[in-house]
Design a binder for this molecule. Structure first.
Ligand code: NAD
Length: 251
């Protein structure tokens, strides 16, 4: 039941949505792996989990680099024997209009947001196949539907949806599910730092007139990662206060 005793890796879990998600997985009895490119963030989150009585391993690694991904997974296997749940959460943005996006802006966003999940999936799936159990949850974005100044980011997040649907079909016979979450507006430090008038306009455009909490994404991950969710695969769930419905009405 649930995620009890499962080994769960959340990439980019040193802050934001990943941090909340990895804490929620630990609170629900999973043995968690905190990964981030930033060692100080990893240490901070591992300390929080352990002081709340959870079991956690921290590994700093850049998930866009194959050798670092392989090393990360080897460390997990050495400590916990396998990876049951992979949450590809690490993501970055370099928002600019098309004519201002440099080749480097394009490459780094695609490398972290799309190549990272590919490298991680390729490295953990052999362990999942062996145990005939796996849950992969990819954190996309509502922005994959399209948003000005986000050609690189939206492409990476749209690619992640296609990647998830394809893997879902390839891995279904191995009892490995692959699903996506597309968050909308969520209260993070980035949102808090916006000028009040922009926040007001954003809020007005929300059907719920509210903003999501990081926990809303964590609950989505817990749903897809659950032992009982074995018949749910290849799906993308929008967690965005209904805004994706408005977007589809306006096109
Ligand atoms: N916050 C939102 O409103 C929102 C909305 C839609 C989608 N998302 C997606 O949710 C995910 C988490 O976003 P967030 O707002 O919590 O961001 P965040 O910046 O707070 O956290 C992302 C973490 O990933 C880490 N990271 C960056 N590059 C990495 C790499 N190469 N290897 C390992 N770790 C790396 C960062 O150090 C950071 O701690 C991202 O994929 C983002 O695109 C967020």
């Amino acid at each position: 039941m649930g995620v009890q005793n499962r080994v769960a890796l959340v990439t980019g879990s040193g802050s934001g949505l990943g941090e909340t998600t990895v804490m929620m997985l630990a609170q629900n009895g999973a043995k968690v792996v905190v990964n981030d490119v930033d060692q100080a963030k990893v240490d901070k989150v591992v300390k929080k989990i352990k002081s709340a009585g959870g079991e956690a391993l921290g590994v700093a690694a850049d998930i866009s680099k194959k050798d670092q991904v392989q090393d990360l997974v080897q460390k997990i296997v050495k400590q916990f024997g396998t990876v049951d749940i992979l949450v590809n959460n690490a993501g970055i943005a370099r928002d600019k209009g098309l004519l201002k996006i440099t080749e480097e802006d394009w490459d780094i966003v695609l490398d972290v947001n799309l190549k990272g999940p590919f490298l991680l999936s390729q490295t953990v799936v052999p362990y999942m196949k062996e145990r005939k159990f796996g849950r992969i949850v990819n954190i996309s974005s509502r922005a994959y539907l399209g948003w000005p100044t986000q050609a690189n980011y939206a492409s990476s997040k749209g690619g992640l949806v296609s990647f998830s649907r394809t893997l879902a079909l390839e891995l279904a016979k191995h009892q490995i599910t692959v699903n996506c979450i597309a968050p909308g507006l969520i209260q993070t430090p980035l949102y808090d730092a916006l000028p009040d008038n922009i926040k007001e306009n954003l809020m007005k455009s929300q059907p719920t007139k509210t903003i999501g909490k990081p926990e809303d994404i964590g609950y989505g991950v817990l749903f897809f990662a659950d032992d009982e969710a074995d018949y749910v695969t290849g799906q993308t769930i929008f967690i965005c206060g209904g805004k994706s419905v408005l977007s589809s009405l306006s096109v």
